[in-house]
Design a protein around this ligand. Structure first.
Ligand SMILES: [Zn+2]
Ligand SMILES: [Zn+2]
Ligand SMILES: [Zn+2]
Length: 257
């Protein structure tokens, strides 16, 4: 039987978030809470594990909003700041749990972390610096405490990124291409989450039309759009124009097992 995951959208916004600083457009001025989008991140509860995917600049706020007091692992999709910029705040988990936090990422992502957070990798660390243990993964399935997670290879312009499948749910952010051979990993899903930032062409993300095409091909029971920018219509207006089983995700929305 298919194993079921629970997923909470902690952030569904593009790299600048919505509203964007200094913007007075209709979407940025919207009073609908679903149009307030923090940087993209999800919390997954799966087979007894609590897993965070990405820890961008809104990480602290997202942990507080969702009442998270423990994570078994943080999976990083790629090395962009809107997905890694909040990692210093894992110090709270270090403090409560008196242990390092487990981070899973590709080798080039760890290389970036070593530059961006050099103080956390220093031989003689300043007391109180973040404590993490990095586990290097690639596009092959891997296990955390015996629970299998399936990475999905995607391309984000020229950058290789990873999406992740947890049983009946797959999360694919920050990509504009999924190689042909990866689609077999996306068969039989209840929920498929795919990124888009705006209509038309974008150099490193699926445009809305492209995202819908991929969602249709994957054929999950439900598909959800994330990493949305203020260049797309307000949540309500965008929802109304989409096929019935495809919806924009919004911050705080939960996909129940
Ligand atoms: Zn991003
Ligand atoms: Zn705006
Ligand atoms: Zn990115």
């Amino acid at each position: 039987m298919e194993k079921k995951a629970k997923l909470t959208f902690l952030g569904t916004g593009t790299s600048q978030g919505v509203p964007m600083i200094g913007c007075g457009c209709e979407v940025c001025r919207s009073t609908d809470s679903r149009d307030k989008r923090l940087r993209a991140s999800v919390l997954v509860e799966y087979e007894g594990l609590t897993i965070l995917v990405d820890a961008g600049p809104d990480f602290r706020q997202q942990m507080l909003a969702a009442g998270v007091s423990h994570v078994d692992a943080i999976l990083l999709t790629h090395n962009h700041k809107d997905h890694t910029g909040g990692l210093d705040d894992i110090r709270a988990f270090n403090y409560h749990e008196k242990t390092a936090t487990h981070i899973y990422c590709e080798q080039y992502v760890e290389d970036s972390l070593r530059m961006e957070y050099s103080y956390a990798f220093a031989e003689k660390k300043y007391p109180g610096a973040p404590e993490w243990t990095v586990h290097i993964i690639d596009d092959k399935p891997f296990c955390i405490n015996g629970v299998e997670i399936i990475p999905i290879r995607g391309r984000h312009y020229k950058l290789p990124v990873l999406g992740f499948r947890f049983g009946n749910i797959a999360y694919c952010t920050d990509m504009n291409h999924i190689p042909e051979e990866e689609f077999t990993k996306l068969e039989g899903l209840d929920h498929f989450i795919i990124n888009t930032v705006r209509r038309g062409h974008h150099i490193s993300h699926f445009g809305l039309e492209g995202a819908l095409k991929v969602a249709e091909r994957v054929g999950a029971k439900h598909s959800w759009l994330t990493h949305l920018s203020h260049q797309l219509p307000c949540h309500e207006e965008l929802s109304a124009e989409l096929p019935e089983n495809i919806r924009p995700a919004y911050d705080g929305h939960i996909l129940q097992p």
